[in-house]
Design a protein around this ligand. Structure first.
Ligand code: GTP
Ligand code: MG
Length: 352
């Protein structure tokens, strides 16, 4: 039985190792395809083998923070990642910008804290994007409303009510990283061997909350953007931190885009109230926009369902469907290209 960095060989049997000196480690930092992997012998800076590099069809086949991997040391400080062990859970979003496919933000997460604050960051629609991704990855969400010190009690209560009305099923904690109010409710959730990640927009206080939990100023100043950010401690890479009680926290940089991929399971859980009513619509393929006998529209009119939530559901469902269609087309294209290469090869062989 291995009990190391939350690795439990009951969850994943230890695979056959490629050599005697190979070991199991956990990815604790990710920097553009270079990884820091913590093993029992220490921390190794590692890249992936050529096999992973060339056989991977998409970015989610590369290691991510929180992954357990098989590593062979090359010297005392450098290593090579041979294999990623199966992921128990995964926090992934649609790759940002013009890239295709999915990007894994963190793997093997038990609870994801979605941090938001009451200032301009407050958005129930964005919160639902996070919930969809979290449920889709088999992770349990906990919502944190931070920076309550900036608001009156009544204002905080209003934010709390808005979140609870829209998502009564999700656990909600309101905190101030400045005054430490509410921090104890986060601590109550942290168990040894479990992994927790903090996600949310830039500046909402993810790293500040983590600093409170570690009890120290472990946050690094971002020296690169110091001149523009005036010494702001903005997080630039994902990292895993071990707490004294044996639990693990993943800090992530603020996300500008929270694009969902094909996340039907996540949508079904986030919008379970809408999905339940939709079962009773007259048409099975009802789009809940203008059909006669649409139970969802009737429920919105009577106040049983919230119209704003329905609008967001329909938007996210379209996004999920679009992603799946795009991926399907991309794979078909990839397949027909591979088929064409094969045909050319066969033709050339036949000619010889
Ligand atoms: N008033 C107040 N300020 C806070 C609180 N939490 C964080 N801050 C401040 O908000 C700013 C951003 O905090 P960070 O902890 O760096 O935010 P972050 O979510 O880690 O941001 P990124 O790393 O850019 O994603 C800092 O100036 C913090 O001091 C809080 O509870 N109350
Ligand atoms: Mg940060």
């Amino acid at each position: 039985m291995i009990d190391f960095l939350g690795y439990n060989d009951k969850d994943f049997p230890i695979p056959e190792l490629p050599s005697d000196d190979a070991c199991i480690g956990r990815v604790i930092e990710e920097h553009r395809e270079r990884y820091f992997v913590m093993c029992e012998q220490g921390v190794f800076e590692a890249g992936v083998t050529g096999k992973i590099m060339f056989n991977s069809e998409s970015k989610d086949e590369f290691p991510a923070v929180g992954d357990w991997v098989v590593l062979t040391p090359m010297d005392e400080k450098q290593g090579l990642i041979h294999q990623i062990l199966p992921r128990k859970t995964v926090f992934r979003r649609r790759a940002s910008g013009r890239k295709t496919g999915e990007q894994v933000i963190a793997a093997n997460i038990d609870i994801a804290f979605v941090v938001m604050s009451g200032d301009e960051d407050f958005s129930l629609n964005r919160l639902e994007r996070y919930l969809t991704i979290i449920y889709d990855g088999n992770i349990t969400p906990v919502i944190i409303l931070n920076k309550t010190d900036l608001f009156t009690k009544d204002e905080t209560n209003e934010f709390v009510d808005e979140i609870k009305t829209r998502h009564p099923e999700a656990e909600l904690i309101w905190t101030s990283a400045l005054t430490e109010s509410g921090i104890k409710y986060i601590i109550e959730l942290l168990s040894p061997g479990k992994t927790y990640c903090f996600v949310g927009s830039s500046g909402v206080g993810k790293s500040s909350l983590i600093n409170r939990l570690t009890g120290g100023e472990r946050q690094r100043v971002d020296t690169i953007s110091d001149s523009t950010a005036k010494g702001k401690h903005t997080t630039t890479y994902r990292e895993l931190i071990e707490l004294e009680n044996g639990s693990f926290l993943v800090d992530t940089p603020g996300m500008r885009e929270v694009g969902i991929s094909g996340s039907d399971a996540g949508l079904e859980e986030t919008f379970a109230d809408i999905i339940a009513v939709a079962e009773t619509c007259r048409f099975r393929d009802c789009t809940h926009t203008n059909e006669p006998g649409c139970a969802v529209i009737t429920a919105c009119e009577s106040g049983e369902l919230q119209e704003a939530k329905l609008e967001n559901y329909l938007r996210l469902k379209r996004e999920s469907d679009f992603y799946q269609m795009e991926e399907y087309e991309r794979r078909q294209k990839g397949r027909s290209f591979a088929k064409m290469i094969k045909e050319v090869k066969n033709y050339n062989k036949a000619k010889r």
